[in-house]
Design a binder for this molecule. Sequence first.
Ligand code: GDP
Length: 312
Amino acid sequence: MTKFDLAGRRVWVAGHRGMAGSAIVRRLAREDCELVTATRSELDLLRQADVEEWMKERKIDVIFLAAATVGGILANSTRPAEFLYENLVIATNIIQAARTTGVKKLLFLGSSCIFPRMAEQPMREEALLTGALEPTNEWYAIAKIAGIKLCQAYRRQYGCDFVSVMPTNLYGPGDRYDAEGGHVVAALIMKIHAAKMANNPTVELWGTGKPKREFLFSEDLADACVFVAKNYSDEMFLNVGTGHDITILELAQSIAKVVGWQGTFTFDASKPDGMPRKVLDVSRLKALSWSASTDFETGMKHAYEWYVANRA
Ligand code: GDP
């Protein structure tokens, strides 16, 4: 197995303010590397020349490409141009500049929404591009598929050590706590906490509550990213998840337990369900000896505590 040493390297976490990026920053604190970050006002990732110049100046050795325009099912379907354009440009700018500035290792973060809507479950890496995408998130998915393909193409044509991981639905500190634009876990933590504070007996879920999703704690994802950067160098991307899924209603009930709210859920049928089921086959990563270690309740408690402490 390839071993890539992070010791003594200058490591840039692109997207360090987001949930995935901030978890990677926390995880990298345990590695003997020099961490580099750039705020949005220091560096606009949508400007190719700026990205290349900044990377050349900073002499970046390694990149964790966690920068992305992200959002839940509604944001994805109502802001298609932003999701497609911004994610395509961020990936192309950083990957191209990584080649021209001689970056030694790049890890691109995709998403489990790259797989076809009707992919066989659990979804194996080989299911990519075997069928039509889920319409509610195809804009984001197409940009993320382009990112995977860029890494593969740069490996083939230029011999760059660029690899990709596909995380499943994430939750944790630093999530986008936005009831309309965020993902389901953040939205439900907000709604259920608000119901508890207001002594409200009901909370409304979007759709039917029946779709099934897999949820990975952000700190587990970060650990997987560092593991993959150090131990993996191949064209095929790697799924990162737990391999277990639950229904949205079960998710809501588990969050209610952590928040300490006893009420009932109603359903808003005017909102989309999205993919009927989305769970990753994680056997490739498992075979390399990595698996997720945080149980759902422990992870959710951390996420909820973070929300309560930081929501202002
Ligand atoms: P997806 O995994 O790409 O579909 O993204 P989301 O995390 O946004 O949604 C997952 C599932 O949770 C979908 O079936 C949603 O309809 C459902 N859901 C239920 N209530 C909510 C909510 O308040 N916000 C969001 N974002 N999704 C919700």
